[in-house]
Each structure stands twice: as structure tokens, then as C-alpha cells.
Design a protein around this ligand. Structure first.
Ligand SMILES: Nc1ncnc2c1ncn2[C@@H]1O[C@H](COP(=O)(O)OP(=O)(O)OP(=O)(O)O)[C@@H](O)[C@H]1O
Length: 379
């Protein structure tokens, strides 16, 4: 295995190396059977177990899980803030140099961290420094000249849309603006990987979207790999290519976002999705009864997981359900170009004794169908 190449450690050499190191593509991170146990006064706490997956160069990869699932511990193994107690984490930079993070010396770890930027939930800005001094800090620590620092800081502030705030202090900025400063600072040394630790959790929904859009834009423009940990489904849905669901220290589900969200296989994933699942409005759930009665009509729930080829075929659907079919409720969304959602349709033309047959026919169409109950046909 190649250990990180040692770059020249002269101020000018560093600055030149930083310029030259603009990644043509992002870094790769491979978790190989990673485990992490903490020794605590109350005994050992197993935070990670058997973690194995690879984040590919240029991907936006999300890790989602509830509080205490192991997200922070996992992301912190990438830049060596936590050391695995089992397995290894391999980081490959844009030049193809590979490092086993857990085995690096302090000097090698410092060099690895130039290739890995990180942003935090609470921004971690220096309150006594202006925006431009905060952003320039990593460059100053690397020995860049004042002129080099000023040039790069101007570039970065333009990138995150804060050129007019360069002389302000963190206390004069909104949460979203503070996170933009955090992003600019994280990008100062042209990292190949950007780690985002609950980066939008302290922000309101609108600001969250603008920060996520900025991360996506940066990923596209600079080609760097983004690893994002969060408990917010929306953050994953909005920008990630793939997602891993972590539960009690283990990855329980992993795949393209549209697939994991459109057809969750694991209870942990479903639980995280629940607040966003199609719950019935109260008036409708009050009208749906579990068994057929004299004047009831069946209610079909048709679920599009995104695995169906093409757009939902409503003609085929209503062809099976017959005349007078009524759309009671539903939503369809698109994730990564895949239509997903659920439609609830009352079908008065389907007699009770034909319901099973209609269901079987619906299930020959791509979406998944079930009868969820019955409503009064007179309504
Ligand atoms: N330094 C530590 N010492 C002891 N236990 C720890 C330490 N860091 C984390 N843990 C434990 O490891 C488990 C995973 O914690 P971690 O912070 O990685 O979870 P998380 O998914 O990031 O949670 P949250 O979303 O609440 O931040 C938890 O049980 C936690 O208490």
C-alpha cells in the first residue's frame, strides 16, 4: 500500500502544492470491516461493528441514522479523529495515493488532513476573527504568503457567495452565512474529500436547502467527494447519490437514494422515513373501514418505488379499476429521475368478489398494489 506522499514543507512550496493539488476528481474512502469500541467507566461501548463499504470519487454519499447510531464516530474515522479498534479505513486522494488512516504517524495524519475538509453543525468559527481571517486560517497555518492567502480567500468567498462579508465577524452573520464561511474554510486547501457532520442540522429549512445546493454545486464544479452524515432524510434526498443507513453501529441498508427511500427493506430505514411517509389525512382515515360492507367500494393503494421503467401508467391503472375510479389521496415525487409515491384510489366499478382479481391484474403492472380498506360508495 502506498502511504501518503510527503509534500515539500516550505511555505512557498506548500502554497504552490495547494494550487497544483486542485483535484481533477475526488478522493475514495474504503471502510474495511471497521469496528470501534470505547472504554467507559461503565464498560465497553461498541460504537461501530463490521462497517464495509466504499465511497467512490466524486460521489455525494450520505450516512443516516438516529441519535447514537454511530454516524459521528464513523465520519471521524475518515480524518483520523477516531481510530478504529478493528478493521481499517483507507483514503485515496486525487493523485491516487492511498493511506491506511489508523496506521499514520502524526505528521502523516496532518498531511492526510490537507486532503480532507470538514464542516460542522455549529460551524466552529473563531469569533474574534473576521470572515476572511477565518477562511484564510488553514492557508496561514500552512505558511502561505499574505498575497497568496488574500487571492485564495477572495476566490473562496466568491464561490460561497460571501464576497461582501469579508470584513464581518461571525456574530454579524446568519447561521447560513456562518456555514458558508465554514465551507469556504474547509475548501481552502483544495481537499479531495469534504466531510459534513450534521452541517445543516442547526439551520432552518430554507437555509438548509441553500447550503445543500451550495454543496451540490461545489461537488459538481470541483469534483470533490462529499460524505455527509445527518439524521435528516431531506438532506439525503436533496443531494446524495447513495446512502447508507446505520443502526446500532452497523450498516443495515445501502444503495442509491431512490432505491433505499423508494423501497426501504429494513425497519430502521422505514422508521427514519416514517415522518415523511404517506400518512392518511384524519378525515380520510376515519372513512376507511377494514372490511367490505353493503355499499362499500375497495380502496387500492398503488405504490411506485421508482424501480418501474418509465413514468407511471395511469391509463393502465384506470383500465383495471374501471369507470368512476376516484383518486382519494396521493403524492408522487421524483428522486434521481425515478418517480416514487403512493396513490389511493377508490374503485366503485370493482365488485367485492372481483377485488382480488383486480388486485392480481394491478400487480402485473409495474407498481405494487394492495387493498387497504373500503369506503362508503355513496360518498
Ligand atoms: N468518546 C466516547 N466515549 C464513549 N462512548 C462514545 C464516545 N463517542 C461516542 N460514544 C458512543 O458511541 C455511540 C455512537 O455515538 P455517535 O456520536 O457516533 O452517534 P451519532 O449517530 O453520531 O449520534 P448523534 O446523532 O446523537 O450525534 C453512542 O452510544 C455514544 O454514546
Amino acid at each position: 500500500m502506498t502511504i501518503y506522499a510527503v509534500r515539500p514543507h516550505t511555505p512557498d512550496g506548500d502554497a504552490a502544492a495547494a494550487r497544483a493539488a486542485r483535484p481533477r476528481h475526488g478522493g475514495r474512502v474504503t471502510f474495511e470491516n471497521v469496528g470501534k469500541a470505547f472504554d467507559t467507566p461503565g464498560g465497553q461501548v461498541s460504537a461501530l461493528r463490521g462497517i464495509g463499504f466504499t465511497v467512490e470519487p466524486g460521489e455525494i454519499f450520505g450516512v443516516i441514522g438516529r441519535s447514537g447510531a454511530g454516524k459521528s464516530t464513523l465520519i471521524r474515522t475518515v480524518n483520523g479523529l477516531e481510530k478504529p479498534t478493528a478493521g481499517r479505513v483507507l483514503v485515496e486522494n486525487a493523485a491516487g495515493e492511498r493511506a491506511d488512516v489508523g496506521s499514520l504517524s502524526i505528521g502523516e495524519l496532518a498531511r492526510l488532513r490537507r486532503d480532507i475538509g470538514m464542516i460542522f453543525q455549529h460551524f466552529n468559527l473563531l469569533s474574534s476573527k473576521t470572515v476572511e481571517r477565518n477562511v484564510g486560517l488553514p492557508l496561514r497555518l500552512a505558511g502561505a504568503s499574505r498575497a497568496e492567502e488574500a487571492g485564495r480567500v477572495a476566490e473562496l468567498l466568491a464561490l460561497v457567495g460571501l464576497s461582501d462579508k469579508r470584513g464581518r465577524y461571525p456574530r454579524e452573520l446568519s447561521g447560513g452565512q456562518k456555514q458558508r464561511v465554514g465551507i469556504a474554510r474547509a475548501l481552502a486547501r483544495h481537499p479531495a474529500i469534504l466531510l459534513c457532520d450534521e452541517a445543516t442540522s442547526a439551520l432552518d429549512p430554507e437555509t438548509t436547502l441553500s447550503i445543500l445546493d451550495l454543496l451540490k454545486d461545489i461537488n459538481r464544479r470541483l469534483g470533490l467527494t462529499v460524505i455527509l452524515i445527518t439524521h435528516e432524510m431531506e438532506a439525503i434526498r436533496h443531494i446524495c447519490d447513495r446512502v447508507a443507513v446505520i443502526e446500532k453501529g452497523e450498516i443495515v441498508e445501502i444503495g442509491p437514494v431512490w432505491q433505499v427511500f423508494g423501497d426501504p427493506r429494513e425497519e430502521a430505514t422505514r422508521a427514519l422515513l416514517k415522518p415523511h411517509a404517506d400518512e392518511l389525512p384524519d378525515d380520510l382515515s376515519g372513512r376507511i373501514v377494514p372490511l367490505p360492507g353493503e355499499r362499500t367500494v375497495p380502496v387500492f393503494a398503488v405504490t411506485y418505488t421508482g424501480a418501474e421503467a418509465g413514468e407511471p401508467d395511469l391509463g393502465g391503472l384506470f383500465g383495471v379499476l374501471g369507470e368512476g375510479a376516484r383518486l382519494l389521496h396521493g403524492s408522487l415525487d421524483r428522486i434521481q429521475g425515478h418517480a416514487q409515491g403512493r396513490l389511493l384510489i377508490a374503485a366503485p366499478a370493482v365488485a367485492p368478489q372481483q377485488a382480488a382479481q383486480a388486485l392480481a391484474r394491478l400487480n402485473t403492472l409495474p407498481p405494487r398494489a394492495e387493498i387497504i380498506g373500503y369506503v362508503d360508495g355513496a360518498l
